[in-house]
Ligand binder design. Structure first.
Ligand SMILES: Nc1ncnc2c1ncn2[C@@H]1O[C@H](COP(=O)(O)OS(=O)(=O)O)[C@@H](OP(=O)(O)O)[C@H]1O
Length: 361
């Protein structure tokens, strides 16, 4: 009858077959679930789902992903190496940070490494940012010398986000020799703490020249640039490589606005021999617990410098980049002696001003 009406009656499968179908679908769903977890796990890890962002970042506080942002137009960004270095970020991190809102707020720096060029400023910044209470801008913003007209809000927008109690920092070594910088920093916040990494001015000048030569191989020799008249032994103090090293002169400018107690001097030489000791003093100056200690450093024989066991951005050991710790250009010994002589009185004046003998003579 049913077949005559055109209706096909499907016979109910036996109980055993139904159970088989059920078990088959269950195992299919289970296989699919495992597949999703294995192959999509990576993206799940990148952005914790149903996990408050601030909590995730609190747990990952050492990660730049949570605390660091560089303005897209910030100077120096274009110079970052494609793969991570101590001061750089991986492209992967950048991708993640573009999609994740970060906790905290961008604040003006409470402490600035203002100098000196080639003193060891990058090392101090990278070492101090290991501290959980410090967040630092990786690039040099050059706000108080080159970009002042852009205003404080522009400057603030470059800063990494900080949580309450964390210290925002930046470093721009050219501030130390910029006439307007002390007044400008003072007008931003008179309580700003200043760090100056100083180094023997003769070695500093040679380091500075070595860097310029690496970028412009056609420049005259060091000896030609260093003298107004070599026969008379007249040093050209207007050449920036020489002028930057007259620390007493520049410091006078800063002391018009800041008391000495607000300026901390790091010895560039001791920073290489005893990084933990110098960083201990930096932490004291910033009012921080001494968390960055000798446990954080190891001496890399190939590099010839101390390196971090665990940099702020990674858990693997890392040294500073190739531009830090270059082999210096060979300079005639008599030229070095003349430079030492030139700097002697300025160095003594500087030691008196800061109350510390850096033993450069
Ligand atoms: N740990 C570690 N690793 C590598 N380099 C170190 C380190 N500590 C201090 N230094 C010295 O830092 C010098 C570069 O100084 P700056 O970072 O201030 O240079 S810059 O002004 O930012 O270009 C650099 O100068 P040169 O040796 O002349 O290249 C180093 O001597």
């Amino acid at each position: 009858m049913a077949s005559r009406l055109g209706v096909r009656v499907v016979p109910t499968p036996p109980r055993g077959t139904r159970r088989l179908v059920f078990i088959f679908s269950l195992s299919l769903s289970f296989t699919y679930l495992c597949y999703s977890l294995i192959f999509c796990g990576h993206s799940i890890m990148q952005k914790p789902l149903a996990f408050p962002e601030h909590r995730a970042c609190y747990l990952l506080q050492r990660s730049q992903h949570c605390g660091h942002s560089a303005h897209p137009n910030s100077p120096g960004r274009g110079h970052a190496a494609p793969n991570r270095t101590l001061s750089g970020r991986s492209p992967e991190r950048d991708r993640v940070s573009e999609t994740s809102p970060r906790p905290g707020s961008k604040r003006l720096p409470l402490a600035i490494i203002v100098g000196v060029k080639k003193g060891g400023t990058r090392a101090v910044l990278e070492f101090i940012r290991v501290h959980p209470e410090v967040r630092a801008l990786g690039t040099e913003p050059h706000f108080f010398d080159r970009h002042y007209e852009k205003g404080l809000e522009w400057y603030r927008s470059l800063m990494p986000k900080t949580l309450d109690g964390q210290i925002t920092m930046e470093k721009t070594p050219s501030y130390f020799v910029t006439r307007e910088a002390p007044k400008r920093i003072f007008s931003m916040a008179k309580g700003t703490k200043l760090i100056v990494v100083v180094r023997n001015p003769v070695t500093r000048a040679i380091s500075d020249y070595t860097q310029t030569l690496s970028k412009k191989p056609e420049i005259p020799t060091f000896e030609v640039l260093a003298f107004k008249n070599r026969t008379l032994g007249l040093i050209d103090a207007s050449w920036s490589a020489i002028r930057i090293g007259i620390y007493a002169l520049h410091l006078e400018n800063w002391l018009q606005f800041f008391p000495l107690s607000q300026i901390h001097f790091v010895s560039g030489e001791r920073l290489i021999i005893d990084p933990a000791g110098e960083m201990g003093k930096v932490q004291d100056f910033l009012g921080l617990k001494r968390i960055v200690t000798d446990k954080h450093f190891y001496f890399n024989k190939t590099k010839g410098f101390p390196c971090l066991k665990k940099p702020e951005s990674s858990s693997t050991p890392r040294c500073l980049g190739k531009s830090k710790g270059r082999t210096h250009v060979q300079i005639d010994q008599d030229v070095i002696e003349q430079l030492k002589e030139f700097y002697r009185s300025y160095n003594i004046k500087f030691y008196q001003m800061v109350g510390h003998d850096f033993r450069w003579d």
